[in-house]
Design a protein around this ligand. Structure first.
Ligand SMILES: Cc1ncc(COP(=O)(O)O)c(C=O)c1O
Length: 419
């Protein structure tokens, strides 16, 4: 007898879905309302928001809002129709690509409708079954899913671990010599959960000993790191050694879309082989023209980036001075590691939202080890120093309640069933 396909789905909602009945609408799928920024509405009241990736505060910047509206007025949401290759190509797309390429110091760039899909397709386009992929075990889902499409061998290395990278490069080299293929090495410029930069400088240095090409997902580095904001490669002085640079518009650019940048011959190849773009409608004009404006603001001055970093440093130093463990972040991503169970974490976040009016994201097992609670904050250029002091005071208060058992007592009374 053939089973009904939906039987499993109805009985097993998946590792996150199983929390839905307790968590939906509050811990997951919360509705943040009002204008995007540090002060938004949640469940009808104002909260101080640390959970949107609007690093430079461009989401609600008056010039950005104006550009978006003007583009919408001029072109509507449909324009252009069709894939770039067929009928969806415009001067604006080309202009944005040229400006992005210049900004990240590469010869050429190509636009992607979404970062996630774009990355999956980039990996798919760059390798054939004879090639070998080496990538960080903590890589973003878009990298993992791109690797899933690969028909050949792949090796993961321990997160940001040079020795493990080297060991896996040796294995990959041996294998590629047998298959006659090449090696694609993939890392993130910034790991978005814990805030560590990928060890790009060391990886680029390994090119002296191993023959591989380097693809970097710099979603959190673009606009926030480096002298000009060109990202983690610029910050570490090795942008040249990145063969294929990728970033989404979903963070510093406060938009939707993404891009890939590399030498011209590689971008020319991708234009004709990137299935996520060949078989999908082009990026709409609203996003394309809107991104030109955002990039103009990024290039014009470092004011927003400087403001962002004042906030990052004030928040991170304030946390460290108060004895909080923020791990080894060296970027804007600000994690706070506490010890406790998942029910305690839920009670604590509820307390933060209801009694301190602070909204942030929590990360628990299986994303991080059991018994650890990660409170993840994204400081932006729009936050104020008062926002930071308010948050630091709240953190001291919740830590006290976590350690004196207040949250455990509440959690024990309201234990959730997630079987
Ligand atoms: C590291 C990283 N790569 C890729 C993506 C996907 O980008 P997009 O939201 O444009 O699909 C994200 C999330 O936005 C990300 O954090």
């Amino acid at each position: 007898m053939v089973k009904d396909l939906f039987e499993r789905i109805q009985n097993n909602k998946g590792p996150l879905g199983k929390w839905a009945s307790q968590a939906e609408g509050y811990y997951v799928f919360p509705k943040l309302e009002g204008q995007l920024g540090p002060r938004m509405q949640f469940h009808g009241k104002e909260i101080l928001n640390w959970s949107i990736n609007d690093y430079l505060g461009l989401a609600n910047h008056p010039e950005v809002r104006k550009a978006d509206v003007e583009a919408a007025e001029m072109y509507g949401a449909a324009y252009p129709m069709g894939a770039r290759m067929m009928s969806g190509h415009t001067n604006y797309h080309e202009q944005l690509e040229n400006e992005l390429a210049e900004f990240v110091m590469k010869e050429a760039a190509y636009l992607l409708n979404f970062g996630y899909q774009g990355m999956v397709s980039i990996i798919d386009a760059l390798v054939t079954k004879n090639d070998v992929i080496v990538y960080d075990v903590d890589a973003h889902a878009c990298i993992i899913d791109g690797v899933r499409l690969h028909m050949g061998k792949r090796f993961t290395y321990k997160h940001n671990d040079i020795e493990s990278m080297e060991k896996n490069l040796q294995r990959a080299t041996k294998l590629a010599q047998e298959t006659g293929g090449g090696i694609l090495f993939i890392t993130e410029g910034v790991f978005g959960m814990r805030g560590q930069q990928g060890k790009l400088k060391e990886i680029v240095e390994m090119k002296n000993r191993y023959n591989f090409r380097l693809l970097v997902d710099d979603a959190h580095g673009f606009g926030t790191l480096g002298k000009t904001g060109a990202g983690a490669g610029e910050e570490q002085g090795c942008q040249d050694g990145i063969d294929v640079y990728f970033s989404t518009f979903a963070k510093s650019m406060a938009n939707i879309g993404a891009f890939v940048a590399a030498d011209k011959d590689i971008i020319d190849y991708l234009k004709y082989n990137l299935r996520s773009q060949m078989f999908a409608k082009a990026l709409p004009m609203i996003q394309t023209i809107g991104s030109l404006k955002r990039l103009e603001l990024l290039r014009k001055s470092s004011e927003l980036k400087d403001k962002l970093w004042v906030n990052v440093n004030t928040l991170q130093n304030g946390l460290k001075e108060r004895g909080f463990n923020i791990g080894d972040t060296n970027t804007c991503v600000t994690p706070v590691y506490l010890e406790g169970s998942i029910p305690e974490a839920m009670v604590m976040v509820n307390d933060l939202r209801e009694n301190y009016n602070i909204f942030l994201s929590i990360v628990v097992y299986p994303v991080i080890p059991k018994g650890i609670i990660l409170l993840r904050m994204i400081p932006t250029a729009s936050h104020t120093l008062e926002d930071i002091s308010e948050t630091l005071a709240a953190f001291e208060a919740i830590r006290e309640k976590l350690t004196n058992g207040t949250y455990k007592a509440i959690a024990d009374k309201t234990t959730v069933d997630v079987s």
